[in-house]
Design a protein around this ligand. Structure first.
Ligand code: BES
Ligand code: ZN
Ligand code: ZN
Length: 499
């Protein structure tokens, strides 16, 4: 869906429908909507039928304009809930619901008055950005590889933003940014939803290559042999059981003027399929493990946005990509690995492979003298037990960084919740033969994953770890996030880089 401005006086606005927001209790239009209703929609305002509509959050009612009002033949009233509870989140989901309704009605060009976003308890830019981003991400459909019953046309094609005058510069640039963000989210969702026979480490590399080519990023792919000669013994141990070529992909965005900056490093777990390896997973729902590269997909999504928006920040992405397979050469429980850091790890479970590939990526990341490192990974099933599908777990060595990420997450609708990384948890990982084991007791699984990663990060570098095992895949339909691959982390990490 494209976004276009329609700058004209109110009586000249023309669209298939106008989307109007209403509060609940009492049901009344948002301040910026009243003018249109008074001047063009008096028929609706005075209509007895409007009383059927209560303004409950995401409630939608479609009204048809009387003859003579044909420039805008339909009015979609959309509820945002009680005024005292209004926040950008509600605007995002209400817009997403409205646009999904437009799709259902096969409307090509609906519109929203820019004034809807004025005189709210938060600034108009935030409201507009959430509305547009949420609207676009909510229209995502994964077509998969279906060849039958495929819907060809797509609705709506264009969303109009009505305004009586040229928008201020800060508002004028929002549609392009929202489109860029949506395309980053779409990229991450497409990669995550696609099957593992398509999205192999090689395919992720091709995707990174086309981003590098399109936006001028630097790219280096460390293949298996190079990784081994460098000493990445943890990454190569996981990769050695698979016939698919593995890559540690390093992507760098260093726009002019930022080359001397200490970069933010984003690390994304890229296990394109996790069988568990020799510690084989049970068969039920194993197909879900195609999503084990959602962290890598999120980082690529961020790069798509950085490229499109030409964000002036130095960012390095590191994507350890491999399958985790039980092949004849596969690593085994009891193996002792020597990681790039020099630390040795006793393998207890080959299914705790994510932390192994991440450990070498974390060590490698520190060569860039980063200002911060954030890793994002579908790391532990225990995170789903702890937080469900609602929020990602966050851990790290820097409370200020964690606070910042939490704050951004709640603003963009990607919630994260902290878990402690007290040193006493390390006792779980003590090994008789190596520096530590890759798995502890059954308790506190998500924290133990974090404690393991912490061994590879210098205390001097602010680092945060996001466990997205629960949030990478939406278990139910939500307005801005249809059921399926969520693209979780793309908006969050882009905002972190941007701010
Ligand atoms: N990829 C899984 C974690 C996962 C589970 C992601 C469910 C998404 C949904 C990870 O590699 C794994 O297998 N973790 C083990 C760790 C255990 C062996 C300590 C787990 O969660 O059981
Ligand atoms: Zn695993
Ligand atoms: Zn995994």
């Amino acid at each position: 869906m494209q976004i276009d401005w329609q700058i004209a006086s109110l009586s000249d606005w023309k669209a298939d429908a106008i989307i109007l927001f209403f509060y609940e209790d009492p049901s009344e239009p948002l301040p910026g909507v009243q003018k249109w209703l008074a001047e063009q929609g008096s028929w609706l305002k005075d209509s007895f039928a409007l009383k059927d509509f209560k303004g409950k959050h995401q409630q939608i009612a479609t009204f048809y304009s009387p003859p003579g009002q044909a420039r805008i033949p339909r009015v979609l009233c959309v509820g945002v809930g009680p005024s005292e509870k209004l926040n950008p989140d509600k605007i995002r989901s209400a817009t997403a619901s409205a646009l999904r309704k437009c799709r259902e009605l096969k409307l090509e060009r609906p519109g929203i008055p820019l004034s809807s976003f004025h005189d709210l308890p938060f600034d108009a830019g935030t409201a507009l950005e959430e509305a547009l981003t949420g609207g676009m991400t909510g229209l995502y459909k994964h077509q998969g590889q279906k060849t039958r019953d495929v819907e060809e046309e797509d609705y709506p094609q264009t969303l109009l933003i009505f305004s009586e005058e040229e928008p201020a510069e800060a508002l004028a640039e929002i549609p392009a940014r929202a489109s860029a963000i949506a395309s980053g989210v779409y990229l991450a969702r497409n990669l995550t939803a696609a099957p593992a026979n398509l999205v192999t480490p090689g395919y992720i590399l091709k995707t990174a290559e086309s981003l590098a080519q399109g936006y001028g990023f630097r790219l280096h792919a460390i293949d298996f042999d190079e990784a081994r000669s460098m000493g990445m013994g943890a990454f190569t141990a996981v990769a050695q059981g698979s016939k698919e070529p593995a890559y540690m992909i390093v992507l760098e965005h260093a726009p002019e003027g930022s080359e001397e900056e200490r970069p933010i490093v984003l690390i994304g777990k890229g296990i394109t399929f996790d069988t568990g390896g020799i510690s084989l997973k049970p068969g039920a729902k194993m197909e879900a493990m195609k999503q084990d590269m959602a962290g890598a997909a999120a980082v690529l999504g961020v790069f798509e946005i950085l490229g499109k928006t030409k964000t002036k920040k130095r960012v390095v992405g590191i994507l350890p990509c491999t399958e985790n397979m039980p092949g004849g050469k596969a690593y085994k429980p009891g193996d002792v690995l020597r990681s790039l850091s020099g630390l040795t790890v006793e393998v207890i479970s080959t299914d705790a492979e994510g932390r192994l590939v991440l450990s070498d990526a974390l060590t490698y990341a520190q060569r860039y003298q980063p200002s911060a490192i954030i890793d994002i990974a579908t790391l532990t099933g225990a995170c789903i037990v702890a937080l469900g599908y609602e929020a990602a777990g966050i851990m790290g060595n820097d409370d200020a960084l964690i606070e910042r990420i939490r704050d951004i997450g709640s603003r963009v609708g990607e919630k994260v919740w902290p878990l402690p990384l007290w040193d006493s948890y390390f006792d779980n990982l003590k090994s008789d033969v190596a520096d530590f084991k890759n798995v502890g007791e059954r308790t506190a699984g998500t924290i133990i994953g974090g404690i393991f990663l912490k061994q590879f990060v210098s205390d001097e570098i602010p680092w945060a770890h996001l466990d997205i095992a629960g949030t990478a895949w939406a278990d139910k339909d939500a307005a801005a996030t249809p059921k399926g691959a969520s693209g979780f982390g793309v908006r969050l990490l882009f905002e972190l880089v941007r701010s």
